[in-house]
Structures are given as structure tokens and as C-alpha cells.
Design a protein around this ligand. Structure first.
Ligand code: SAM
Length: 232
């Protein structure tokens, strides 16, 4: 039976590639890649020679139909994104939905690996028994509401933000008065972790500290402590 492999790739450090991911990419009939240049660099590093087909956010219906046709022919396909786990805040998600809908007999198999949100959570030190992943805040319309709505989420929250809007995001998180962990360039040369309240992190995030990729983890809402009783 045809299989669609959802293959996680590194989020910055090429060594974070699983042995299974290399085996699957070597043995599949073809690889669908968000950006074929990025994936080619990764494949060259692991000496994998395989046909690449581009699947990105602007790929239209025609491309989805082509993938369905190939799967119907019995081809095994691997899907990779530029970094991390495909389908998590990247274009693969829609393709996966469509394949499950149009060709439900396809085996969809996860090849797990790096993911920026989970990596940040794992080092946050905040409770992770319950968390909400919000992806990217909207750039303009709905942005204020996005941050306002976090107030109602009492547990840990994780979000992605770009270098262009990280300062703005921290300013918008400040009124929540919750501890934050900001992870920059996870697994890369200039990896840094900033811990504290929004105002404290904003003071650190200047110059080169504003470059790269960011994950923001918002700590849980502080519990209101009960007033201490005078009774012994
Ligand atoms: N699929 C990816 C994953 O599994 O994490 C996420 C893709 S999303 C389009 C890209 C965003 O993830 C970046 O803008 C940033 O917020 C976050 N990200 C990816 N790599 C990162 C890294 N090395 N350090 C910090 N954040 C990262």
C-alpha cells in the first residue's frame, strides 16, 4: 500500500536528523520539499540522492492532484519542510488533510524529530502537562485580540514569532504580567534563552539578539494566593 511519510528534519543543526529519517528519505520514491534548495543541502550532507518535487504555500490544487495521482500509482512519498516537523505551522498541513480526505487508504506515517515549539517547551521549566500552541500571531488584523485572548488561558502557552515582530510581541505580552521564556536560534550557533518578565527580556533583546528565529513560551497564570489567616 502507498505510504506518505511525514519526515521531520533539523531546525538548524544538521546533526539533529534521525537515522530513520535518512533511511526513509533514501528509500522513498520521491521527496516533496517546501524549498528544494534547502532540502538538497540536507540530502547532500547525508549523501541521499533522490528526486525532489516542490510543494510550498503557493502550490495550487494541481500539485495536490499530482501527489494524489502518484500515490494512486503506488508510489511512496516523503514530505519534508524547510525545518522541523512538516505540518506544524507549515504548508504540509493542508496537503496531509487533502490526502487523508481524497485517498483515505494511504498510510500516513510520522518520522518524528525536531520541532521548535516542543524544544522550547522542554527547556522552559514551565509546566508541560497542559499547554496551548498558538502558532504565529497575526501580523495586523486580529493581533491585539490574539494577545488579549492569552489572558484566558491559565496554563503554559507557546507561540512562534519572527524577528520583525518579536519586540512588538513582547510589548503586547507585558500586560499579562506572566513569566516568559524566549528561545532564539534553537540548536544553532547563536542559540540563546531569555528568561524573565517581558520588560526584562526586552532590555536584553537589542542589536544582534534580535536576529534569527524565535519561540516564545508564556508561563502559567500565577495563582491568586489565599490571604493568610491569623488563626494559629
Ligand atoms: N515546522 C516547524 C517546526 O516543527 O517547528 C515550524 C515552521 S514555522 C514556518 C517557522 C517558525 O518556527 C520560525 O519562525 C520560528 O518561530 C520557529 N523556529 C523554527 N526553527 C527555530 C529555531 N531554530 N529556533 C527558534 N525558533 C525556531
Amino acid at each position: 500500500m502507498q505510504t506518505l511519510y511525514i519526515v521531520a528534519t533539523p531546525i538548524g543543526n544538521l546533526a539533529d536528523m534521525s537515522l530513520r529519517a535518512i533511511t526513509v528519505l533514501s528509500n522513498t520514491d520521491l521527496i516533496l520539499a517546501e524549498d528544494t534548495r534547502v532540502t538538497r543541502t540536507l540530502l547532500e550532507h547525508y549523501n541521499v540522492k533522490k528526486e525532489l518535487l516542490s510543494y510550498h504555500q503557493h502550490s495550487g490544487r494541481g500539485m495536490i492532484e499530482k501527489v494524489i495521482r502518484l500515490l494512486k500509482e503506488g508510489k511512496d512519498i516523503a514530505l519534508v519542510s524547510d525545518a522541523g516537523t512538516p505540518g506544524i505551522n507549515d504548508p504540509g498541513n493542508f496537503l496531509i488533510q487533502e490526502i487523508i480526505k481524497e485517498l483515505p487508504e494511504t498510510k500516513v506515517v510520522a518520522i518524528p524529530g525536531a520541532n521548535a515549539a516542543v524544544s522550547a517547551l522542554s527547556i522552559s521549566g514551565f509546566p508541560t502537562d497542559k499547554f496551548t500552541f498558538l502558532g504565529f500571531p497575526p501580523h495586523k488584523k486580529g493581533r491585539q485580540t490574539f494577545f488579549k485572548n492569552i489572558e484566558a488561558i491559565a496554563h503554559t502557552v507557546v507561540l512562534y514569532e519572527s524577528k520583525h515582530r518579536i519586540t512588538k510581541a513582547l510589548q503586547q505580552l507585558a500586560p499579562l504580567a506572566r513569566p516568559l521564556v524566549v528561545c532564539r536560534e534553537l540548536t544553532k550557533q547563536f542559540e540563546s534563552t531569555y528568561r524573565g518578565m517581558a520588560e526584562e527580556i526586552l532590555m536584553e533583546l537589542t542589536g544582534n539578539h534580535l536576529l534569527g528565529e524565535f519561540v516564545v513560551v508564556v508561563g502559567p497564570k500565577p495563582r491568586k494566593s489565599k490571604p493568610e489567616s491569623d488563626e494559629e
